[in-house]
Design a protein around this ligand. Structure first.
Ligand SMILES: *[C@@H]1O[C@H](CO)[C@@H](O)[C@H](O)[C@H]1NC(C)=O
Ligand SMILES: *[C@@H]1O[C@H](CO)[C@@H](O)[C@H](O)[C@H]1NC(C)=O
Ligand SMILES: *[C@@H]1O[C@H](CO)[C@@H](O)[C@H](O)[C@H]1NC(C)=O
Ligand SMILES: *[C@@H]1O[C@H](CO)[C@@H](O)[C@H](O)[C@H]1NC(C)=O
Ligand SMILES: *[C@@H]1O[C@H](CO)[C@@H](O)[C@H](O)[C@H]1NC(C)=O
Length: 499
């Protein structure tokens, strides 16, 4: 592992030799911040909201969440959204990305009941943002599924496609006059692979090696259906854009051997191509490396069909091209290699991938979670990879951020944003990648799923023991504000690249 570090530094340095870096943001580049309903809203059982799969998990399995924390109140954004808007305004953001809680507006998951308090809440939030010149960017689904739909199997039940279409239609009809940027699903990878963990919702459908493939299959159909619905019934009148938000780590091959180069690419195809290839590639459908490997393993396991479901040509065509932009969540980088000896483990996606070895470099700094390492060059590389594989697609970075323990003098968060954004600018100016904007994760500290409140990503500090949950600006929010105002990177925080 250590042996790779100097090589990586050299590679990083070599990339930036030549003309001095352009540290100014292009005209029209959008700055934003992100959040998600379940992580900030609270008010889980008031004002007509229905139960979600995550409510069910944290109440039935408190031991799953760090310090047995709950999101019952979280940052109380249901009551304090105006303070969130004020914070976004204070930094000078062009947009605020939030998600709508499906069970808050459709408590039973279907149209039999529409909760007016929930509808009003998002109307108020959207109107408050627009009144402050902040564009709303809306995620339709950020992991919190109505429990009534979870009871039917959730994403594993193909019926989810129709339920999602009804939900999407309600959202376009209700908010589409003012919301012009939509993403259908946030992080399909985490949602689907979460199904293989006993401590991520729904927790009781653990089914590695087929559950995640089935869930993704239905999710991709639901996404495309919501996209096509917009095309048919709303686009002409509302003129907005619909995309999807995909998470992607960068993968560095551990060595330049053919095997490791292939390992890194295979890792990206399984963890990004799995859902990006069907939507964004010219050919559509799952990546061939995935189709081949899962089919081969399934056969060896005595199965008649591949555990990776088949779309058939009609769905391939329907899903292919169902995007107006690519939403990218990026945090960190991993080092990939082929295992020294081929191993076969239990049926799982990891086994289908070839039980690749993933490591990180000890020299890469980390904050409150050892796996969230600071690796700015990974940002430039993943942007380039996405752009090259998917035909120069417009990319909106929908999440990117640093977690620590919540200190106000958060110098490392500032350094993270400045240098990751420098890498974004390199991708734009040197690699010709079309990046339309960047959203910081997150505007305020929030409930980080199974990590509870132990990881803080906010530009604003929230004291979760204070019943008022005041939002307190961290130092990073002030540097961010001046960066947006000046539309260029503050030089004093830029890492010096050795030449
Ligand atoms: C740097 O980028 C800005 C904004 O896109 C542009 O106006 C300027 O000409 C660029 N400077 C150089 C030296 O390329
Ligand atoms: C709502 O949930 C809280 C726990 O977060 C509980 O104390 C309260 O009794 C519940 N209210 C109702 C109306 O069920
Ligand atoms: C949907 O609506 C009906 C009422 O017509 C209700 O009885 C049913 O349980 C609801 N839930 C789902 C998941 O469809
Ligand atoms: C932040 O402040 C605390 C207390 O004053 C100090 O111990 C810590 O080193 C500071 N951290 C940074 C990153 O400046
Ligand atoms: C503002 O931007 C200009 C160039 O775009 C740069 O020279 C100057 O140092 C920046 N100021 C700050 C405070 O970052």
């Amino acid at each position: 592992m250590h042996a790779t570090a100097p090589l990586l530094l050299l590679l990083a340095a070599a990339c930036s030799l030549g003309a001095p870096r352009n540290t100014s943001f292009p005209q029209g580049f959008l700055f934003g911040a992100s959040s998600a309903a379940y992580q900030v809203e609270g008010a889980w059982n008031t004002s007509g909201r229905g139960e979600s799969n995550w409510d069910r998990l944290i109440h039935r399995h408190p031991e799953c969440i760090s310090n047995e924390a709950t999101a019952d109140v979280a940052a109380d954004s249901y009551h304090k959204y105006q303070e969130d808007v004020r914070a976004a305004k204070e930094v000078g953001f062009d947009f605020y990305r939030f998600s709508i809680s499906w069970p808050r507006i459709m408590p039973q998951g279907n149209l039999s009941l529409i909760n007016q308090d929930g509808i009003d809440y998002y109307n108020n939030l959207i109107n408050a943002l627009l009144a402050n010149n902040i564009q709303p960017v809306v995620t339709m689904f950020h992991w919190d599924l109505p429990q009534s739909l979870q009871d039917l199997g959730g994403l594993m039940n193909p019926a989810i496609v129709d339920y999602f279409e009804d939900y999407a239609r309600l959202l376009y009809t209700t908010y589409g006059d003012r919301v012009k940027l939509w993403t259908t699903f946030n992080e399909p990878y985490e949602i689907s692979v979460g199904l293989t963990s006993a401590c991520e919702a729904p927790a009781d459908l653990v089914s590695p090696g087929f559950g995640e493939y089935l869930a993704m299959h239905n999710l991709l159909k639901a996404h495309a259906t919501a996209y096509r619905l917009y095309d048919r019934e709303f686009r002409r009148r509302q003129g907005g854009k619909v995309g999807i938000t995909l998470s992607a780590a960068w993968a560095v091959p551990k060595s330049q051997s053919a095997a490791d180069l292939e390992a890194a690419e295979r890792y990206l195809q399984f963890t990004v191509g799995w859902f990006a290839h069907p939507i964004f590639s010219q050919e559509g459908d799952y990546p061939s490396v995935m189709k081949e490997r899962v089919a081969r393993n399934s056969k060896a396991e005595g199965l008649r069909r591949s555990r990776l479901p088949e779309f058939g040509p009609e769905w391939v065509d329907y899903i292919k091209g169902s995007y107006d932009f690519f939403g990218l969540n990026h945090y960190t980088t991993k080092i990939l290699s082929e295992p020294a000896t081929a191993t076969v483990s239990q049926i799982s996606m990891a086994n289908d991938m070839g039980n690749l070895v993933t490591e990180q470099d000890d020299a890469w700094p980390y904050g409150a979670a050892t796996y969230f390492r600071y690796v700015p060059f990974g940002m430039r590389n993943i942007l380039k990879w996405v752009s090259e594989r998917y035909n120069g697609v417009d990319i909106l970075i929908t999440e990117n951020g640093w977690c620590d323990s919540g200190e106000l003098n958060d110098t490392m968060r500032t350094r993270f944003y400045v240098n990751y954004l420098a890498a974004v600018l390199d991708a734009i100016y040197l690699d010709n990648v079309q990046v339309i904007g960047h959203a910081a994760w997150s505007l305020i500290d929030n409930f980080e799923w199974a990590s509870g409140y132990s990881m803080k990503f906010g530009l604003y500090y929230v004291d979760f023991n204070d019943p008022d949950r005041p939002r307190v600006p961290k130092d990073s929010s002030k540097v961010y504000a001046s960066m947006i105002k000046n539309r260029s990177l503050p030089e004093e925080y830029l890492d010096k690249v050795e030449e």
